[in-house]
Design a protein around this ligand. Structure first.
Ligand SMILES: CCCCCCC[C@@H](O)CC(=O)SCCNC(=O)CCNC(=O)[C@H](O)C(C)(C)COP(=O)(O)OP(=O)(O)OC[C@H]1O[C@@H](n2cnc3c(N)ncnc32)[C@H](O)[C@@H]1OP(=O)(O)O
Length: 722
């Protein structure tokens, strides 16, 4: 980078007889600036006289620079500026650095202590700046640095006078940055922490060395360079490090429920935690933004109040991006092993997309004490006694994108009395840019909190839908990981029930249970891939009831039935045979079978999540029951999973030692290879499709030992006997 220079520029540095000011003066002069080295020549408390400025001027001149000493007090700032004009004919840079201390605890502080500090720091900066201002405006160029302090930004014991003056300088810089904007006058503030005359006997020696003013001087020099375009910035620098400080405003909160309500001391107290909640706090650039934001918030409050009517709603904000989508997808079992999942896992995938069930999260309002507050007198709800009972989501309008911010309104519709337990029905409406994008409904089962005489049913409850009483059209099986709940938590539901063994035991479970929404996410993914064209935007609505807890590590078996545009599903765990999700469905805009129509041959792209595991288990059972016959059959049975004619996965059933192996395609020799789509295999297993008919129609392809195939064929029937 070219050297940043100050040739032709004239700088006034106040308090430049030593410390920071001296470092600034020497650096600027070494880069071509003509410098007025101002110094009153005094000790830390402002007393005494010295010729420190002359010594600095000499040092500059010895190095070939140009400088002049000035011994005026900054309180007479116009004299300093005159020194610059008289000697160099102009002024471009003003560094208000001079300062003294009169530290005393507030009890002991006198009015003189106060006035003196205000005079040197605040009035001094005012006077010098005011004197230079007109010149800066006329020449449409000026660079000003004020010197503040962390004592001003944060307060410091014994420095009431100094802190007040130092924060006063920030206010001065803020306004001058605005007034100077159109004249190319940049006004910024440095917050230095350096070893200087003010601090030399306060700091330990090793700190004194590490906090040399020379480490801050380049920061300030850059801030007064013509290439520096920031204005109104507060830059904190020390130890060779620089950082920017800003004021932040919380999102705030209305101090009343409805626009017509009064503001009372009690309503203020009630809303205080929201007023001071700094999550999502913002820095506002200008005063007009503060007013605009306020008007915006009031408008929003009125709009929300209209929506709320007489309901008590909670409004929350939910923002998400690609990372959240990927973490969620992993939490619900998406895997790179499965090609259909890649679009949910890879942010640069051409069809990168959120899983539809992801948006349930935006309606959870986990941080709002919404269920707890809705409980009838004497009843309570917290993480120790709630279970996710049911979930619904419905998409309205355009399917949301891969990042965004939602505003969600959550409210309890009803609290039902189910005898021993209560069920809270919680609705949410999810808005993006004030447009409704989704609606959700959760049923929160509150254990042991029934019996309060409330209604048992609600007309507002969105019901479950029972699956048809026939064999499923498709089955997808997938094992959850032992760490599934630990991973799913990262999507925001930190309920300890899913991670803390003690909490799980106390709630009557043998170990932490899986989130209901994690299991639902698995099954919804299976249904989407099998009958939704794997296209999230194809989903209109989804509903499920959680019937029994799932343990991480268990295998979820999703059974599906197509009925028009609705795909019913239910989920069991393979290990226990228990139904864990029931009455569930996804309403699609269009049902798109992975192979065309739901019952048509569907080349599977599934991975180890074997859709036909159940079928193989049956075959295996038969073989186990009749080992002798199996032996006489002998050989190896291969089942190929194909995608567009290409074998992507292969299951091997070794009939001699009846174990199903799941692996990559092999070219190994087998007595017989049968290739068939999952859907047909399921159809055959359920007896709906005769294997011979399937063979004749070309759906079941047999290569190799036809005799063996004939013996195996009947095995494909669920009621087959060897
Ligand atoms: C506080 C802020 C929100 C926090 C959100 C927390 C989110 C997560 O962290 C929490 C979780 O993910 S928990 C894990 C997922 N959920 C589960 O594992 C629950 C599984 N279900 C069960 O165990 C039982 O169904 C069980 C225990 C729920 C009910 O079983 P039973 O007591 O045996 O009920 P039963 O006798 O069959 O029926 C009694 C009445 O209740 C209705 N009902 C049953 N299951 C329901 C369910 N899952 N959801 C809603 N209602 C349900 C029945 O219909 C019956 O009512 P009625 O007689 O009027 O028909």
């Amino acid at each position: 980078m070219d050297q940043l220079r100050f040739d032709g520029r004239v700088a006034v540095v106040t308090g430049a007889g030593g410390g920071l000011g001296k470092a600034y003066a020497l650096l600027l002069a070494s880069r071509g600036a003509k410098v007025v080295v101002n110094d009153l020549g005094s000790a830390r408390d402002g007393a005494g006289k010295s010729n420190a400025a002359d010594a600095v001027v000499k040092e500059i001149k010895d190095k070939g620079g140009v400088a002049v000493a000035d011994y005026n007090s900054v309180v007479e700032g116009e004299k300093l500026i005159k020194t610059a004009i008289d000697n160099f004919g102009r002024i471009d840079i003003l560094i208000n650095n001079a300062g003294i201390l009169r530290d005393k605890s507030f009890t002991k502080m006198t009015e003189q202590d106060w006035d003196l500090i205000q005079a040197v720091h605040l009035k001094g900066a005012f006077k010098t700046t005011h004197a230079a201002w007109e010149t800066f405006r006329k020449q449409k160029y000026g660079r000003i640095v004020m010197t503040s302090s962390n004592a001003g930004l944060f307060g410091n014991f014994g420095q009431a006078n100094y802190s007040a003056a130092k924060l006063g300088l920030v206010g001065l810089a803020n306004t001058l940055a605005i007034e100077g904007a159109k004249y190319n006058i940049k006004v910024n503030t440095i917050v230095p922490t350096a070893a200087s005359r003010l601090t030399e006997d306060i700091l330990p020696p090793e700190m004194y060395e590490a906090m040399k003013p020379e480490l801050i001087a380049p920061v300030v020099a850059y801030m007064v360079h013509e290439s520096f375009n920031d204005t109104g910035a507060i830059i904190d620098s020390t130890l060779g490090f620089a950082t920017k400080a800003q004021l932040f405003r919380s999102n705030g909160a209305p101090l009343k429920k409805r626009p017509s309500d009064p503001v009372t001391i009690e309503s203020v107290k009630e809303n205080w935690s929201k007023v001071v909640d700094m999550r999502g706090a913002k820095h506002l650039e200008k005063i007009a933004d503060v007013t605009l934001e306020l008007v915006d918030k009031l408008q929003e409050f009125e709009e929300r109040s209209k929506l709320d009517g007489d309901k008590d709603s909670y409004w929350t904000t939910y923002d998400y991006n690609a990372k959240d989508l990927v973490i969620y997808a992993l939490g619900v079992g998406a895997s790179v092993e499965n090609p259909t999942d890649l679009k949910f896992l890879y942010e640069s995938h051409e069809n990168f997309s959120p899983l539809p069930s992801f948006f349930i999260l935006a309606g959870m309002c986990m941080e709002a004490p919404i269920v707890a507050n809705a409980m009838p007198p004497g009843k309570f709800a917290d993480f120790t006694n709630v279970l996710h009972g049911e979930q619904y989501i419905e998409f309205v309008g355009d399917f949301p994108g891969t990042e965004g911010v939602f505003t969600t309104r959550c409210y309890v519709v009803d609290v039902l009395d189910k005898g021993s337990s209560a069920v809270a029905i919680v609705n949410s409406e999810i808005f993006q840019n004030k447009q409704l994008v989704c609606r959700t409904q959760q049923h929160i089962f509150v254990l042991g909190q029934g019996g309060f005489g409330g209604p048992r049913n609600s007309k507002n409850a969105i019901g479950v839908a029972n699956a048809p009483k026939r064999n499923p059209d498709a089955v997808v099986e997938q094992r959850t990981a032992e760490d599934q709940a630990a991973l799913y938590r990262m999507s925001g539901d930190l309920n300890p029930l899913h991670i803390d063994p003690n909490v799980a035991t106390a709630s009557g479970h043998k170990k932490p249970i899986l989130h209901g929404l994690a299991s639902l996410g698995f099954s919804a993914r299976h249904v989407l891939a099998r009958f939704g064209g794997n296209d999230s935007s194809n989903v209109k609505a989804l509903k499920a009831r959680f019937v029994k807890p799932v343990m991480p590590g268990e295998t979820l078996v999703t059974e599906m039935w197509v009925e028009g545009k609705r795909v019913h599903f239910q989920t069991k765990t393979k290990e226990t045979g228990n139904t864990v999700i029931a009455g569930a469905y996804i309403d699609f805009k269009n049902v798109v079978s992975a192979g065309g129509s739901p019952s048509a041959a569907a080349p599977s792209t599934a991975s180890g999540t074997l859709k036909s595991d159940a079928l193989f288990a049956k075959i295996q059972d038969e073989v186990k029951k009749n080992p002798d016959k199996a032996k006489t059959v002998g050989g190896v049975f291969l089942y190929n999973i194909t995608d567009n004619g290409k074998t992507v996965k292969q299951w091997t059933l070794d009939l001699k030692s009846p174990v199903v192996h799941d692996g990559a395609p092999k070219s190994g020799k087998a007595d017989t290879t049968m290739t068939i789509a999952d859907a047909d295999l399921v159809q055959i297993a359920s007896g709906a499709l005769n294997p011979q008919v399937a063979y004749m129609k070309g759906k079941l392809k047999i290569a190799g030992n036809i005799m063996l195939a004939q013996k195996l064929g009947p095995l494909l029937k669920s009621d087959a006997k060897l």
